[in-house]
Design a protein. Structure first.
Lengths: 214, 214
DNA sequence: CGTGCAGCTCTTGTATACAAAACCCCGTGC
DNA sequence: GCACGGGGTTTTGTATACAAGAGCTGCACG
């Protein structure tokens, strides 16, 4: 069963990401409880989580408002992701099992298939891409890394980036994944780290050129 | 006012760190509420936090037990700290203000004073050391980094390390801080990053040699 | 003697009630 | 006209009550 707390988290996060709640908007527990259709208790837990993930910030009194993310913030998120996922790739290169390697290959083939035709299936690309990165993080076998990265991988940013990707950008991602798989097969931690870091830095670049104002 | 939730967090964390609750011990909300002297609600929030910080893990059912940390875990924590605090130092080198630099110098002088005499004041050393690192993180001006590092800087590890430091090890820390201050004064981000990373890697080494079994 | 299931207990998840603190608005004094 | 309280209102923090699910115990049966 999906708990009421998770439902509240997903819905409130959705409100923020969709822009229904713009930066500075107060997040009142009771009002949100009415919207989501649960009581204050699970809403409260959801808000704590959103605060921890910097979707919301707490004012001097105990009140929460939607956080504002500027370009510097986005750059910092990508920089942290590059570091941490690079580290995850290095760990994964040392620990990966043959089965996990096969799973990565299959995942990346599905990803390539999604963008192979004339009309790339961006949604499927995103899903497989997400899965690919999750597999790498899983192979790194570090619970700490996993939770830290979970709070960093902001689906909205990925989405905004990918919807504006030109198709050969998507292809390039697939090729970088291939390189990563090669590094894993060779058990070369430094190589894997470098490929992953480059992969994510390029994603920031793509994001930047797609939305210049940010 | 310090909230009941914070009190519960501090007390339960204390129980775990003191070893009163050894790994595998179940953490039941009502029992802890009785111990701390508050109701289940704030205990629940405290437990969520402890879970997020990997002090406790959740079993297949929804129950929490005290987490077991092995040597690999400790190594991973130090590796992450080296990366993230290195990054923080680099950011700080670019952004630091003259005032913050002065504060760092004063802090490090206090730290040196604490270990200058024949009988080093380890408790004071630890407090000033903590403050020094917090000042650096503050100067890095990244809320994300601050929260990530907060969940990583495990006071117990620092304590266990420092209590076994030989005095010239403490002095060496102070000198490394001096180097860091020089790098900040020179606004040399790469230098600052390298010094900080080395500083933390040495701390892991000291911890390792002090407690070989872990 | 081992296995499976029924019933019960214990624990968590959620709702609601109450307490206390923060905010806001408005009137008052300067 | 503006700063400053004061009181009501809103909002969060905490306690408690209730519901639902997980796990344990012990008995029956193979």
């Amino acid at each position: 069963m999906t708990t009421a707390s998770d439902k509240a988290y997903a819905e409130i996060r959705g409100l923020i990401l969709a822009g229904d709640a713009s930066p500075g908007t107060p997040l009142r527990e009771e009002a949100l409880a009415d919207i989501v259709g649960v009581s204050r208790t699970p809403v409260r837990e959801a808000l704590k989580r959103l605060e921890a993930e910097h979707y919301a910030i707490r004012t001097s009194g105990g009140r929460l408002v939607v956080a504002a993310w500027d370009g510097d913030d986005v750059a910092e998120i990508f920089a942290l992701r590059a570091m941490l996922e690079g580290h995850a790739a290095a760990r994964a290169a040392r620990r990966i099992t043959p089965d996990a390697l096969l799973a990565l290959k299959a995942c990346n083939q599905a990803l390539q298939a999604a963008v192979a035709g004339d009309a790339p299936d961006v949604a499927r690309f995103l899903a497989e891409n997400r899965r690919f990165h999750d597999l790498v993080i899983g192979a790194s076998a570090s619970a700490r890394l996993a939770t830290m990265l979970a709070s960093l991988v902001e689906q909205p940013i990925v989405r905004r980036t990918a919807t504006r990707y030109a198709r050969d950008d998507l292809m390039r991602s697939a090729h970088e994944h291939d390189q990563l798989i090669q590094a894993f097969a060779a058990r070369d931690a430094e190589w894997a780290k470098a490929v992953m870091a480059a992969h994510i830095h390029r994603a920031l670049h793509a994001f930047r050129t797609a939305s210049p104002s940010k």
